[in-house]
Design a protein around this ligand. Structure first.
Ligand code: ATP
Ligand code: MG
Length: 556
């Protein structure tokens, strides 16, 4: 753990992207750095995106640069403003602010101009082949492709046809614009890649202005270039696209942005593709994008994870050049680290049994000061009411305990946290032999702060029955039963691995101060774990989501 902490506080060695940036700044290749985060607004962001956000914004911050938020909205069919808004919320929640909010669609005019420029240079042509013909003509890695019969159209004809495509003369799929490179190129992406396709669809920003839309490869690099992005960071699967990214920039002679790839983040027991997450939402396997079991940023937030813990997680995951599957427990560990330091403590009993203090004056209420965080005993506190009838956890009493059982047992003593020591005198049972009441006496001299401190081995949490507030608890477990969801057997559907016990409901009885908590972050239920108030809560029906348990089984 020591090592890990040090890493977070910034004494680790540079990652490969930091090395590149430092060398680019030192050599004068660039005076300052500019990065971008380029989400496609076709779904909610997930923890993988959070990694990319922390990286892009984090690098710019570290080196005094800036980061643009650029929506990659080149496919009008799948995109929506609902997603745009959620993406912005999520980035801000993570603690980052972008320099400019841009859209690939802001550049459609410029991209169109550049497409005509490539046509004029003899580097692009309109192809009438069907999608299947184009695919077949591309060849395979072993065999070269064959040239399209339309490949040698004149510049004039290409310009005329491309303009007609733009003007809506053709139906979807009737024609495409392709770059004219090399149908035998060893990199398949160079075998005359598509630049534009026809899609007669309403775009969430440009409306019906366009019916041709640029492909990723013809849009991304040029958008980077327009924004003078110095370091365009993306995930590993784009490394084969990099030469094409460079090719377009070179042929157009525009600002030389460069692309760098890092390994995408995968997490155990979950799926990360937006398509699958959308399917889980649409088929009601979860309650929505922000279901606390989802790996989405809004789900994680609703679960009670803090932005600090996500940023810590991103830092610990680091930047790798090879695919990585990260243990979900690392994320939980980060949440515990952060919440342990900052969260307020309250006592909540989940499986209650009544404890009666027989020598307590009936009806008397005594209020105790309890620190909100034990790390700061002099800091803010809450008031906890004590009475002669309290709930304790059923598991904190044993009639026939093993040796070294320090909780309550017949004739045994235990401290009720923040208050008195009580001694068990009698156990009351119902006809079936279930314990219904534990009768104790309290020791008035054991009041904390009063005279000599007498210590007992066990301290347990409790709640005054008269003051207890009932809570609905939602207890979450892994969304899937299989750690490596990326490598499930062929022919199996990922949905077959959904964990039927990923959500269970419980009840809790809380000390009253919990309901007044306004810290805005998850709280600790003492001795149990961290819980975060759910937006489904009403004043009469508080609901708390379990963020993570206290227990930490994670070994680095
Ligand atoms: P998905 O495959 O989950 O739908 P995507 O890559 O299509 O994700 P985009 O909206 O295109 O999603 O991604 C925006 C940025 O986030 C890209 O730069 C992408 O590389 C990065 N990103 C997406 N998923 C991950 C991940 N799992 N780990 C790290 N970065 C990611
Ligand atoms: Mg994508």
């Amino acid at each position: 753990m020591e090592e890990a902490n040090k890493e977070v506080s910034g004494t680790r060695s540079l990652n490969f992207l930091e090395e590149i940036i430092e060398s680019d700044l030192a050599s004068g290749k660039c005076d300052s750095i500019m990065t971008r985060f380029p989400p496609e607004p076709n779904g909610y962001l997930h923890i993988g995106h959070a990694k990319s956000i922390c990286l892009n914004f984090g690098l710019a911050k570290k080196y005094g640069g800036k980061t643009n938020l650029r929506f990659d909205d080149t496919n009008p069919v799948k995109e929506d403003t609902e997603y745009v808004d959620s993406i912005k919320d999520d980035i801000r929640w993570l603690g980052f602010e972008w320099e400019n909010e841009r859209y690939a669609s802001d550049y459609f005019d410029q991209l169109y101009e550049w497409a005509e420029e490539l046509i004029r240079k003899g580097l692009a042509y309109v192809d009438d082949q069907t999608q299947e013909e184009i695919r077949a003509g591309r060849g395979t890695v072993q065999t070269p492709g064959i040239e399209s019969p339309y490949r040698n159209r004149s510049v004039e004809e290409n310009l005329k046809l491309f303009r007609e495509m733009r003007d809506g003369k053709y139906a979807d799929g009737e024609k495409v614009l392709r770059a004219k490179i090399d149908m035998a190129h060893p990199n398949m992406l160079f075998r005359d890649p598509l630049m534009y396709r026809i899609i007669h669809a309403h775009h969430h920003r440009t409306g019906d202005k366009w019916c041709i839309y640029p492909m990723y490869d013809f849009a991304h690099g040029q958008c980077d270039s327009i924004e003078h992005i110095t370091h365009s960071i993306c995930t590993l699967e784009f490394d084969v696209h990099r030469p094409l990214y460079d090719w377009f920039i070179e042929k157009l002679g525009i600002f030389p942005s460069h692309q760098y790839e890092f390994a995408r983040l995968n997490l155990t027991y979950t799926v990360m593709s937006k398509r699958k997450l959308l399917e889980l939402v649409k088929n009601h396997f979860v309650s929505g994008w922000d279901d606390p079991r989802m790996p989405t940023i809004c789900g994680i937030r609703r679960r009670g994870y803090t932005p600090e813990s996500i940023r810590m997680f991103a830092e610990k995951v680091g930047v790798a050049k090879r695919e990585q599957l990260i243990d979900l427990q690392l994320l939980e560990w980060c949440a515990r680290q952060d919440l342990n330091e900052r969260s307020n403590r309250y006592m909540v009993v989940q499986d209650p049994v009544k404890l009666t203090v027989t020598n307590w004056e009936p009806g008397k209420v005594e209020w105790f000061d309890a620190p909100l965080n034990p790390a700061d005993p002099e800091g803010p506190s809450r008031k906890v009411p004590f009475t002669g009838e309290v709930y304790i956890e059923r598991a904190d009493f044993m009639e026939e305990p093993p040796k070294k059982y320090f909780r309550l047992k017949p004739d045994g003593e235990v401290r009720l946290k923040y208050t008195y020591i009580v001694k068990c005198q009698e156990v009351v049972k119902d006809a079936e032999g279930n314990i219904t009441e534990i009768r104790c006496t309290y020791d008035p001299t054991s009041r904390p702060g009063a005279g000599e401190w007498r210590s007992v081995k066990g301290t347990i949490h409790w709640v005054s029955i008269m003051h207890a507030r009932e809570l609905e608890l939602r207890i979450y477990d892994k969304l899937f039963t299989e750690p490596q969801m990326g490598s499930i057997p062929e022919g199996k559907d990922y949905k077959e691995y959904l964990n039927p016990e990923s959500l269970t409901y419980g009840k809790g009885y809380a000390e009253p101060a919990l309901l007044e908590d306004n810290s805005g972050i998850a709280v600790q239920f003492e001795r149990v774990g961290y819980f975060f108030k759910d937006p489904d809560s009403t004043p009469d029906h508080p609901v708390f989501n379990k963020t993570v348990s206290l227990k930490d089984s994670f070994k680095f």
